[in-house]
Design a protein around this ligand. Structure first.
Ligand SMILES: O=C(O)CCC(=O)C(=O)O
Ligand SMILES: [Fe+2]
Length: 291
């Protein structure tokens, strides 16, 4: 006589999966309780497929793509991509959507910054880059970080009108409050300079993590904006998935990570600049209010 999987059994299967049990253990438990193997397998497949469908419907109702919230219901920054728009209105202008990837969660934007905004950001940052270089020279120039051979500086949030405007645009595009963002960082790479593959989240096991995390929690998203187009080299690479984003003035690459874990596949770097300079502005988004 063929057994019939009950709604209770299906609910129990979903609860096991949510608790992180391995499918083979769940199957064994069912068979230990007297369920026929083929009925148990079919019940598992059905329940999990149904559960996945319900979860995706719930995400879509919030305007989120599946993959934006891989586990639990932790909110993450990200654009509204329902209906696969090719451009999105963000505060004061249209921004193009050029590419989206689910895992790692990556979105490439076109026309995020105007030519004037790129020039202004470079001009405002340059004086402070030059100053930090002098300091390095005075100490004998031994402060070279092998992994990161660019020069960098941070603006305060809203430090200049152009910073505030860009921050409002990021808030609208990525649906994440200005208050939850760090100040804009500008990096300049000279020929040969690079940023070796790394994660942007903070390793909770590092000694300084407690202090860093006290200022707004983990980083959950990154927006790298290109302020110029280097002649050759300098793409942003995601080695886990073989993705390379070309640095094009005014474009930007966004990625998010729901936990400080390599499973997010957000390992990324700035490939060596082969010819010309590369300038980027980076915005890091925190879980909470960054102070
Ligand atoms: O320069 C790039 O393409 C990447 C920059 C980056 O990874 C960062 O600023 O954290
Ligand atoms: Fe980074």
């Amino acid at each position: 006589m063929k057994q019939q999987a009950s709604p209770e059994l299906k609910a129990w299967i979903i609860a096991q999966a949510q608790a992180g049990c391995r499918p083979e253990d769940v199957l064994k438990a069912m068979m230990d309780r007297g369920w026929q193997e083929d009925v148990a397998v079919a019940a598992m497949e059905e329940s999990l497929a149904e559960h996945l469908k319900q979860q995706q419907a719930a995400l879509a109702a919030q305007g989120l793509a599946p993959g934006q919230l891989p586990v639990g219901d932790k909110p993450l920054p990200g654009p509204l991509l329902e209906g696969s728009p090719s451009r999105i209105w963000a505060h004061d202008k249209h921004v193009d959507v050029l590419l989206t990837l689910q895992l790692p969660r990556v979105v490439v934007f076109g026309n995020f910054l105007s030519e004037q905004e790129c020039e202004e950001m470079k001009r405002l940052a340059e004086v402070r880059l030059a100053r930090s270089e002098t300091v390095v020279n005075e100490t004998g120039g031994s402060e070279v970080n092998e992994a990161r051979t660019s020069d960098g500086m941070f603006f305060e949030r809203g430090e200049h009108e152009v910073c505030a405007r860009i921050e409002k645009r990021i808030e609208a595009l990525l649906r994440w409050p200005v208050s939850h963002g760090e100040g804009l960082q500008v990096l300049r790479y000279r020929p040969g300079a690079e940023y070796k593959p790394h994660y942007d989240y903070f390793d909770p096991a590092q000694p300084g993590a407690k202090t860093i995390l006290a200022r707004g929690g983990q980083r959950v998203g990154t927006l790298v904006m290109y302020l110029n187009s280097p002649e050759k080299g300098g793409s942003t690479t995601f080695p886990d998935v073989g993705l390379e984003v070309a640095p094009v003035r005014g474009n930007a690459v966004f990625f998010s990570y729901d936990r400080p874990d390599p499973a997010t596949r957000t390992l990324h770097g700035g490939a060596p600049v082969l010819e010309g300079e590369k300038w980027v502005a980076t915005k890091w988004l925190r879980e909470g209010v960054f102070v």
